[in-house]
Design a protein around this ligand. Structure first.
Ligand SMILES: Nc1ncnc2c1ncn2[C@@H]1O[C@H](COP(=O)(O)OP(=O)(O)OP(=O)(O)O)[C@@H](O)[C@H]1O
Ligand SMILES: [Mg+2]
Length: 214
C-alpha cells in the first residue's frame, strides 16, 4: 500500500479538495482508502458516499494508527491531514515509525504567492527534506496567472525544492462539487467543460503521484 498524506502549514489552501480528488483518481488504479485525520471531517463529508472510495477517520493523525493502516488491503491510502490549527498532531505523523515516517509521500498544496509559500518552504527545510519524499503542488492558480506560477515553480526548483509539473487551477466548480458531495469528475450540465478541465488537473497530478510512489 502507498500512503499519500496531504498537508500544509497553512489553512484553506485546498488540502481537502486535493485529498478527495486524488483518492477518486487513484481509485481507478487500485482499491483506495481516504483517511480523514481532520476533526472538521470535511473529507469524510465530501466523499463519504462515493462508491469507489472507502473512507475512515483517524482524528488527530495518530502516526501509530496510520502505520497500522498499512496492513489493510488497499493499493492507496490518501490522508487529509488536520488544518494549520492542529499542526502539532501532523508533525507527529512525520516522525519515524520504526525505520521511516508513515507516509510514502507528503503532498503540500500551496497557492503560488510568496506569502503562502514561505511557511511551506520553511516546513520543508526544517522538517521534511531528506526525511520524507514530498511534492509541492500549486493550487487555486488563476488561468491568467499560470505563466507566473510556472516561473515561480522554476525558481523553487532552482532552490532544490520539488514542485509538481501539474497545477490545480482555480475553478468555482469545486464549490459546487463540494455542495453536491461529488468529485468534479461527475459534474455535468452547463458546468461540464470547466468540470472536465478541473478533473484533468487532478488526473495529471495523480499520474505524477503514482510515479513518485512506485
Ligand atoms: N482549485 C480550486 N479552485 C477554486 N476553489 C477551490 C480550489 N481548491 C479549493 N477550493 C475552495 O477553497 C476552499 C478551501 O478548500 P479546502 O477545504 O480544500 O482547503 P483546506 O486546505 O482543506 O482547508 P482547511 O485548512 O480548513 O482544512 C473550499 O471552499 C474549496 O471549494
Ligand atoms: Mg481541509
Amino acid at each position: 500500500m502507498k500512503i499519500i498524506a496531504v498537508g500544509s502549514p497553512k489553512g484553506g489552501v485546498g488540502k481537502t479538495t486535493a485529498a478527495v480528488h486524488l483518492a477518486h483518481s487513484l481509485s481507478s488504479h487500485g482499491r483506495t482508502l481516504l483517511v480523514d485525520a481532520d476533526s472538521i471531517q470535511s473529507a469524510a463529508g465530501w466523499a463519504g458516499d462515493w462508491p469507489n472510495v472507502d473512507v475512515t477517520s483517524t482524528i488527530g493523525a495518530d502516526a501509530q494508527e496510520l502505520a497500522r493502516l498499512r496492513q489493510a488491503d488497499y493499493a492507496y491510502a490518501v490522508v487529509d491531514l488536520p488544518g494549520a490549527r492542529d499542526a502539532e498532531s501532523w508533525h507527529a505523523l512525520l516522525a519515524p515509525q520504526g525505520e521511516r515516517p508513515v507516509p510514502d509521500l507528503l503532498l503540500i498544496p500551496s497557492r503560488p504567492r510568496l506569502i503562502d509559500l514561505e511557511p511551506a518552504v520553511q516546513l520543508i527545510r526544517q522538517e521534511i527534506a531528506g526525511r520524507l519524499p514530498y511534492l509541492i503542488v500549486f493550487t487555486m492558480v488563476k488561468t491568467a496567472q499560470m505563466h507566473l506560477a510556472e516561473q515561480r515553480a522554476n525558481e523553487l526548483r532552482g532552490l532544490d525544492l520539488i514542485v509538481s509539473s501539474h497545477m490545480i487551477r482555480d475553478y468555482s466548480v469545486y464549490d459546487e462539487a463540494q455542495e453536491r458531495r461529488s468529485p468534479v469528475h461527475r459534474i455535468g450540465g452547463e458546468r461540464h467543460r470547466t468540470a472536465r478541465d478541473a478533473a484533468n488537473d487532478f488526473e495529471g497530478l495523480t499520474s505524477e503521484v503514482r510515479t513518485l510512489t512506485q
